[in-house]
Design a protein around this ligand. Sequence first.
Ligand code: 1HE
Length: 262
Amino acid sequence: MDEPIDQVVSYHLRDGLALIGLNRPTKRNAINDRLAEALHSAVEAAQVEAKAAVIYGEGAHFCAGLDLSEHVEKSLIAAVHGSRRWHKIFDGIERGCIPFVVALKGAVVGGGFELAAAAHVRVAEESAFFALPEGTRGIFVGGGGSVRVSRLIGAQRMTDMMLTGRSVSPVQMEQWGGVSYVVPDGEALAKAIELAQVAAQNAPMSNYAILNALPRIRDMSSEDGLFVESLMSALTSATPEAAERLRDFLEKRTAKLTAPKD
Ligand code: 1HE
């Protein structure tokens, strides 16, 4: 498949990578029900067709969060169902079969930050700004942020962001652990693609373990986590890919690790 899933989300398959674009730039890629469902379809397609995926925003912003114009019309129960639906869609990103890298610029706000937090690697341009203005809007996070964002940057920093509604710079966010890379404007998508290509080369079982075992182990006691780690370690070691890759190293057919350039 290499066509828009819906006009509000673009989907392109390039050399085993799925490129998923939030495509509602006139509304700053705010997530309405239609965009959420189109994103879900794109994520599902990527899990089947690609070895890794990149999510980015069309236009000057990554995502302005929940579409407030649609939300204001919703009944109490529809709002609960809507939030639970976001949880399912974002869980599909976080705990699926392939790595997701997000390329961030402009507004990474509310639900946009929650979406970014569900991905595995975050790259931000210098123009990016992060905010959780739910408090000022009279609502609360509903896309998994109270779990993912608070674990990513710490509950106290998230509390500060929600109480004050302040914007946080990418450099500050990198210091907080919320993003892993800060790049000049215009370069986030290329960097995200480069990182996704690297992750796509890993053994599939290793990537599956990284995506699915790590977040679960984080939620376990130390004792249970170490036990599951041992099982996962043995399982990955028992695959043919591991045998081949270990032999390649021992017989000096792989590049050595080097110190970082920067
Ligand atoms: C929107 C939305 C939106 C823009 N829902 N329509 N999110 C927020 O509180 C962020 C609200 N948005 C903004 O603060 C600004 O729009 C931006 C800083 C992101 C961009 O500013 P700017 O000057 O480039 O654009 P704009 O003129 O403010 O917006 C362009 C259009 O997008 C305009 O519509 P128009 O019909 O007047 O052209 C805006 O109304 C529209 N727009 N953002 C609906 N969010 C699951 S719980 C998650 C809870 C949250 O995500 S809360 C955070 C919500």
